[in-house]
Write a protein that binds this ligand. Structure first.
Ligand SMILES: [Fe+2]
Ligand SMILES: [Fe+2]
Length: 198
């Protein structure tokens, strides 16, 4: 099994970035990139950081009893999860395919999990009023699925990718993910982020 997880031998080792981002980097993005570079977060660190932010919003939603507060965290959870999902699919999963021998198969499973564990349930959840009796059961069901997916990414897929990348490649991929996330619409209340993810 381990033998199939080796890094692909390829002459082109540059981490690619969505073409829509090239030549279109604002000062804000540049500042973020500089910060990210300064902190030197590798891709696994950045993914784990995203996951822990998403988990924090989930915990705030289920521990709150104030509907207004829950709606505020619902919007933040929705936006963070949607843009993380978009970023992974545009930047990280292509890297899995590129650098790992069995990357295509890993990505096929990850995309399938995104579809069922994230997109379908998130679309239902984002439009739900916090006073709806289905509100908490819906987010809990979403979280149960998502938690498994997150664990799988952190301990297997992204860990394998991290092992296959040089430090520089990992840092560049991490910056590319952060830049891509900045371009995902933030008007989550109207469903922009989820629509982008779906
Ligand atoms: Fe994912
Ligand atoms: Fe993830």
């Amino acid at each position: 099994m381990a033998a199939t997880h080796g890094r692909k031998s390829t002459a082109d080792s540059n981490v690619s970035e969505p073409h829509v981002l090239r030549g279109n980097i604002s000062h804000q993005v540049q500042a973020f990139t500089d910060w990210s570079q300064a902190r030197r977060f590798r891709i696994l660190d950045t993914i784990k950081h995203d996951h822990s932010e998403i988990k924090s919003f989930y915990e705030l939603i289920v521990s709150s009893t104030d509907p207004e507060e829950q709606t505020k965290y619902q919007n933040q959870f929705t936006w963070e999860l949607a843009r993380h999902t978009v970023g992974e699919e545009l930047v990280v999963y292509p890297a899995l395919e590129k650098y790992l021998d069995d990357g295509k198969e890993l990505v096929r499973k990850d995309r399938a999990e995104h579809q069922t564990a994230v997109k379908e349930k998130l679309k239902t959840f984002q439009d739900m009023r916090s006073t709806d009796p289905r509100f908490i059961p819906t987010i809990q069901s979403l979280w149960d699925d998502l938690q498994e997916h997150i664990h799988h990414e952190e301990t297997e897929d992204i860990q394998l990718l991290e092992d296959a990348l040089s430090e520089q490649e990992s840092l560049e991929l991490s910056q590319s993910l952060n830049r891509t996330k900045l371009f995902v619409p933030s008007h989550c209340a109207s469903g922009g982020a989820v629509d982008a993810a779906v």
